[in-house]
Design a binder for this molecule. Structure first.
Ligand code: C2E
Ligand code: CA
Ligand code: CA
Length: 819
């Protein structure tokens, strides 16, 4: 870029200094219709603006002037009045009309004197600071009908302008000029037609998609369009009222808007905010800087504004190219399209400029290279925008991976590859465990951030040819290709889960999550994509069922399981009505004296065809929809009924512990209903303890903390179930009112064999006591465990060593009647 610019400048300066010796008259011949008036002309620059026409009438060759050829005419900015004189020799009377033209629509004041024998025989006035009505020919350029009679005629131009000066002066045969106009209008029609179509097309997208980038694009095209219209002098022709501001200062406004919007567009298009934050800040500064000429264009400060606008107009595209280069690594496709667009623009401009300086012969294409450059540029950008729309449709907007819409396409390609290369591929359905509770405990932003970070981890860990699809909130599909065997696949799956278990930092806090995964293989587990997804979903369900945080391979028995699962779902609705549910009671024993402390109520479902279904299977199914609320209510009422009966029998010291789920806690009527029920059965709140699993508490949101507070206020005891299985178990203890912790069975299982586990249980017990809580242990199965736990000062022991869950009759027989 820099080199091209240098080339421009050197060619430019070379021609600027070029001057010739004597002013030659232009000879009109019968066959030529167009005469550049600048072949050799007299040029006077009147810096004090003090010359008058008389000086030229009296003195035929004013010494303050010099003779120059066309490239010697001034370019750039000047406050001076410029006088240019050409002599024309007309050999014989001709039956032609002649028009002298200055093809620079921005010039402020133009006067043309036609001088014959030392007398001004015609005087025309024009310029864009003068009313359009004052022009003798209403055209986009300044045109004057000059009279050429035999002999020598002088055309004397007096020009003054604050806009950039550039003086293409030409004498035309009128018919020839009309011909030229026609072809120019045709081209302009096509050019502006394309601009209008692209503007409308993208504006419609803006309305539909509501992405500001489309607006920036349209604003860029519109201001560019009006800018070129003004540059070429079309504005007064297109606007029916005389409005010199628009012809003159309006140009500056639209030039500046055009540059401004190209920066705004570039910023969005290249997503510099994400891809290059420092560049983004710099562009923000550039935007503010670009607003200055926009504002100044209203302030009647033409001279400064025009220079500033021109400076920014040159420097900004160059900056934007470097911005494009700077994001090339981060977003290759988009940056490449962007750079291509600008290259086309620069190419067009360069070809045009080189032609202007005489380096290229002016073919029709070269003469309009600048317009073509711009057209190609905006067409490429419009294509890039629709390409982006494609990504809007097929990419997940949060994480940037493929979305559901692209499943079909991605599967088709995976199937094609697999068939061609004769290998299997796997569909991994990945789901974060307890995402809802985790998400509720985070802010919306942090939840999104978590998903983003998770995806980034997945992307960076997976081999390149594997595709990630985000199916919904926390569910992802991974198409795992090139599978050698299931063992390596299982290892990959485990690696993925391990990766997810590593803590995430959100708002400087560490968040621990786990995920479960179901795996189905093509072609063994299905050929069509929907079957494969369904089967890997079934396997996922099984993985969750087995305790989450694991991967499970689909197999045909699972297929039955899936059907089962669905059936169970339906059956569960009727289980309550059909009285298929019943309760068992597992004693909780005081460690000190082995007396009964209370009972834990445990649900059972006696399915008419399948017999007893364990609660961890159907509770989970029930939790998937709101039937859990009814089940919990039934369980509570049933156990309160029993408790009341026991009281009436004279068994007063017994209390019950009931399990509830997150869904129950989150139900806004839960506490109210609970208290009503207690009242209904004449029970006090201290006879009830609620067991909440650690997971619920760990990921609890603000509201759940309030709900637990409310339970505490009402006098209901709360116990943390499965204590120690979650992460950072101790952290939340300080923020909740908890009466007891229930150390998970997995610890008790290892207490005799693993001294470290024993130490952990001891420490947990000590801590529980320190915080004023009772310590309960569950899953105690042998005498040795009982002895160890008693030594550690656990308060309450529950487990098969003392009792399995008992029926009501078994319970009363053992603990009431034998008292
Ligand atoms: P949990 O709350 O951790 O309940 C303890 C489970 O461990 C019970 O299984 C119990 O039978 C079993 N268990 C107790 N002592 C021993 C032992 O020494 N060895 C072994 N191997 N197991 C022992 P159960 O009844 O199958 O319940 C499983 C889970 O189902 C419960 O885990 C609880 O989370 C849930 N659940 C049961 N009833 C209800 C209920 O009414 N409502 C809700 N929401 N969940 C329930
Ligand atoms: Ca002007
Ligand atoms: Ca429990």
């Amino acid at each position: 870029m820099g080199r091209v610019l240098l080339l421009y400048l050197s060619i430019y300066s070379f021609f600027l200094t070029y001057s010739v010796n004597a002013e030659e008259a232009i000879r009109i011949t019968s066959d030529k219709k167009t005469y550049p008036l600048t072949a050799s002309t007299l040029l006077c620059i009147d810096t004090l603006n003090s010359y008058s026409i008389d000086m030229f009438l009296e003195d035929n060759d004013p010494s303050i002037c010099k003779t120059v050829n066309q490239n010697g005419l001034p370019h750039g900015y000047s406050d001076a009045t410029i006088w240019v004189r050409s002599k024309i020799h007309t050999p014989a009377p001709v039956n032609q009309q002649w028009i002298a033209e200055l093809d620079n629509a921005l010039i402020d004041y133009v006067d043309l004197y036609v001088i014959k024998n030392g007398k001004a025989i015609q005087h025309f006035e024009s310029g864009d600071r003068r009313p359009f009505a004052s022009r003798s020919i209403k055209a986009r350029t300044y045109r004057f009908p000059v009279e050429l009679t035999p002999g020598t005629t002088e055309l004397l131009w007096k020009i003054r302008s604050q806009s950039g000066i550039n003086l293409p002066l030409v004498l035309y045969d009128k018919e020839k000029l009309e011909e030229k106009d026609l072809s120019e209008y045709l081209l302009s029609g096509i050019f502006y037609g394309i601009l209008i179509i692209l503007a409308i097309y993208n504006f419609v997208f803006f309305i539909v998609v509501r992405k500001i980038i489309y607006f920036y694009y349209v604003a860029f095209i519109v201001s560019y369009g009006i800018m070129t219209l003004s540059f070429h002098g079309f504005t007064p022709l297109l606007i029916w009222f005389d409005f010199p501001w628009l012809y003159n200062d309006g140009v500056l406004f639209f030039v500046s808007m055009c540059v401004l919007f190209s920066v705004l567009f570039g910023q969005r298009f290249l997503e510099t905010a994400i891809n290059a934050p420092r560049v983004h800040t710099f562009l923000n500064a550039l935007i503010i800087f670009n607003m200055i000429p926009v504002i100044l264009s209203f302030c009647d400060l033409y001279a400064i504004t025009t220079r500033l606008a021109a400076f920014l107009g040159v420097i900004t595209p160059i900056i934007l190219v470097f911005v494009g280069l700077s994001v090339l690594k981060k977003n290759e496709r988009r940056a490449k399209l962007y750079l291509l667009a600008w290259s086309l623009f620069f190419f067009g401009t360069t070809v045009f400029s080189l032609h202007k300086f005489g380096l290229f012969q002016g073919s029709w294409f070269i003469m309009h290279a600048q317009q073509f450059g711009v057209l190609f540029k905006i067409m490429v950008l419009s294509y890039a925008l629709s390409d982006q729309l494609q990504s809007l449709l097929y990419l997940d907007q949060l994480t940037g991976v493929a979305n559901r819409e692209s499943i079909k396409r991605l599967f088709a390609s995976a199937v094609r590859n697999a068939d061609k290369n004769q290998y299997a591929f796997a569909v991994l359905t990945l789901n974060i465990d307890d995402f809802k509770t985790i998400n509720d405990s985070l802010t919306h932003k942090a939840g999104d951030e978590l998903l983003k970070k998770l995806t980034d981890r997945l992307i960076s860990s997976l081999p390149k040819h594997n595709t990630i699809i985000r199916m919904g909130e926390d569910e992802f599909l991974i198409l795992f290709e090139h599978i050698e065997n299931t063992t390596t696949l299982a290892r990959h799956a485990d690696n993925i889960l391990m990766l997810i278990r590593k803590p995430f930092t959100l708002d400087k806090e560490l968040i621990h999550i786990t995920a479960s995964m179901g795996i189905a293989l093509y072609p063994n587990d299905g050929q069509a994509y929907d079957i494969l997804i369904k089967n890997s979903g079934t396997a996922l369900h099984k993985a969750k069922q087995l305790g989450k945080n694991r991967a499970y391979f689909f197999n045909t028995e699972l297929d039955n399981y899936a059907i089962d699962h669905l059936k169970l779902h339906n059956d569960l609705y009727r289980a309550l009505d059909k009285k298929e549910l019943f309760l068992l009671y597992q004693p909780k024993i005081n460690a000190k004296d082995h007396t009964l402390a209370g009972v834990e109520v445990l649900l059972r479902w006696k399915h008419p065809e399948r017999g007893i279904i364990p609660p961890d299977i159907f509770i989970q199914i029930a939790e998937e929809n709101s039937v859990i609320l009814q089940i919990t209510r039934w369980m509570l009422e049933e156990s309160f009924k029993k408790l009341k009966q026991w009281h009436e029998m004279g068994w007063k010291e017994i209390y019950i512990a009931a399990n509830i789920t997150a869904k129950d806690l989150e139900d806004k009527y839960f506490l109210k209903d609970l208290l009503n029920l207690l009242k209904q059965y004449d029970l006090t709140t201290d006879m009830l303890e609620l067991e909440l699993t650690e997971r619920i508490i760990m990921h609890s949101c603000e509201e759940n903390i309030h709900r637990m507070d409310a339970l505490h206020q009402a006098g209901i005891k709360v116990s943390i179930d499965d204590f120690g299985t979650g992460y950072s178990s101790f952290k939340y203890l300080k923020s909740y009112h908890v009466n007891s912790i229930k150390i998970d069975k997995s610890f008790i299982d290892q207490i005799e064999s693993d001294p470290r586990t024993a130490k952990i249980v001891k420490a947990m017990t000590a801590l529980g006591h320190e915080l004023g809580m009772k310590v309960v242990v569950e899953g105690v199965e042998n005498k040795q465990q009982v002895e160890m736990l008693t030594k550690m000062h656990c308060d309450i022991i529950q487990g098969y060593y003392f009792d399995k869950p008992l029926t009501e009759e078994e319970l009363t027989a053992k603990y009431f009647l034998k008292r």
